[in-house]
Design a protein around this ligand. Structure first.
Ligand code: EPZ
Length: 419
């Protein structure tokens, strides 16, 4: 568990880790690349370990050289066993890559954070439109694609994972694939840059129309993973919650515009200098206008919980509307144990600021919800014991190391009673 003794202002500088949500599709993309790939700024996370185990199962050799992950691709197998698929949601992105490289794939439905139903119908229907035959049987997906052919695929909604899966499959298509209503997230742009560095022809990422000219043989490359905008949002919200003056080296403001706008509205001075972002938060925060999560460039669902945690002691009430996932308020019950006042009704949560929060034993319900508990704990009086931190380890390299670097009294301890 993580034990945080608060409150204490934060101060100091941090380097932002590489982005989890970019690294995972990039690792799936290495399936397409003959030879060696070196990923610099690759975060060391349990989800990355799971992706590495999948790659090793498929026949690649992977090793770390300081902060970089080296993948030597070779394919000896086109199946992913159920335990590795269950490890995380983005294991499904391997489907497009494996089928594109091998012409067949066998895997199961993926696992991941419990955020409500997380169907993969868009992934499957898109791959079918490119010519894959997919049979669903007893939780298994048997996929055959002797010949994938490029065409236009229109997504019902701009799913990040489906866009990435189709980009990977489209690399193995004969002809051109156009993905319409594609997700516009920066991680999709990072995947495009990576694929192009490997010899692919992908364009349009960052807009809602991505075009892939398939049929090219891809090679490995050396690539630097983009900074993690959600980890950056977490530390900005930590400073807003606890107060203080922090600098996040590597954080890209253009990826965080809606988060920094909310923090400014709440009363933090947030400035960017091209090399990073500084947040100075001295006063009690103010409530902000409605925070409505939306696909990029809207307010990220992944930053909803940490912003909510930062606003628990604000003056006034803030309305949150979660529009991406059905069940992304599971942290609310835990935050109320610390004295927070939050009312949830369906997709809306109303946070009414309180003067003080107090430490309490709380439990992570999912990755970002877990981070939110730590953000709140920094501002709470006394000791907060955050258990089930395996969720946090999926997305943060070392949250305790980073919070301590900013002066927090945080510690990782063995949870002997397993609560
Ligand atoms: C990605 O998940 C991220 N994960 C999530 O981050 C993030 O919350 C999410 O995008 C939204 O931004 C990775 O990149 C690894 P989606 P993904 O497909 O791709 C529905 C975190 O905390 N949908 O864009 O799974 C779906 O149910 C994680 O780091 C379908 O209906 O998200 C949801 O309502 C958690 N059918 C919406 O689309 C489908 O086939 C958006 O999901 C696919 C999705």
């Amino acid at each position: 568990m993580i034990v945080i003794d608060g409150p204490a202002e934060l101060s100091g500088e941090l380097k932002v880790q590489g982005a989890k949500n970019s690294t995972l599709p990039l690792l799936a993309a290495t399936v397409l690349c003959r030879g060696q790939t070196v990923l610099h700024n690759c975060p060391r996370l349990s989800d990355v370990d799971t992706a590495v185990r999948i790659l090793e199962h498929l026949g690649s050799r992977c090793h770390w050289e300081e902060g970089s992950l080296v993948v030597d691709n070779s394919m000896t197998c086109c199946q992913v066993p159920p335990d590795l698929m269950r490890g995380m949601r983005s294991s499904i992105v391997f489907l497009g890559a494996i089928v594109s490289r091998c012409g067949e794939a066998e895997l199961t439905f993926p696992g991941g954070c419990e955020l409500g139903p997380r169907p993969i119908d868009l992934h499957l229907s898109g791959l079918r439109q490119l010519g894959a035959e997919i049979r669903e049987e007893g939780g298994f997906l048997h996929c055959r694609a002797p010949a994938l052919v490029g065409r236009e695929v229109v997504l019902r909604m701009p799913s990040v994972g489906a866009t990435e899966n189709l980009m990977l499959a489209a690399c193995g298509c004969v002809g051109t694939t156009v993905i319409t209503n594609a997700a516009r997230e920066p991680e999709v742009v990072d995947l495009q840059s990576f694929l192009n560095a490997c010899g692919a022809r992908v364009s349009g990422a960052g807009s809602s129309c991505v075009t892939v000219q398939g049929g090219r043989t891809l090679h490995g490359c050396t690539y630097r993973v983009m900074p993690d905008r959600i980890a950056a949002a977490t530390y900005l919200c930590a400073a807003a919650s606890a107060g203080g003056d922090i600098y996040l080296r590597g954080a890209e403001e253009r990826h965080l515009a809606t988060v920094t706008a909310a923090l400014r509205e709440a009363g933090c001075a947030v400035t960017a200098d091209g090399a990073g972002i500084r947040a100075v938060c001295r006063e009690r925060l103010r409530a902000v206008g409605p925070v409505q999560t939306a696909p990029y460039p809207g307010f990220p669902t992944d930053a909803q919980a940490v912003l909510m945690a930062a606003l628990l002691r604000s003056r006034g009430a803030t309305v949150f509307e979660e529009n991406i996932f059905e069940n992304r308020y599971r942290h609310v019950g835990e935050l109320t144990r610390m004295g927070a006042k939050i009312r949830v009704s369906g997709r809306v949560a109303v946070v009414t600021g309180v003067e003080r929060l107090h430490g309490a034993p709380v439990r992570c319900t999912d990755l970002r919800g877990g981070a939110a508990l730590c953000v709140a704990a920094l501002a709470a009086e006394g000791e907060t014991r955050v258990s089930q931190i395996c969720h946090i380890d999926r997305g943060y390299e070392d949250l305790v190391r980073d919070l301590r670097a900013l002066g927090a009294d945080a510690e990782r301890v063995e949870n002997t009673d397993n609560s």
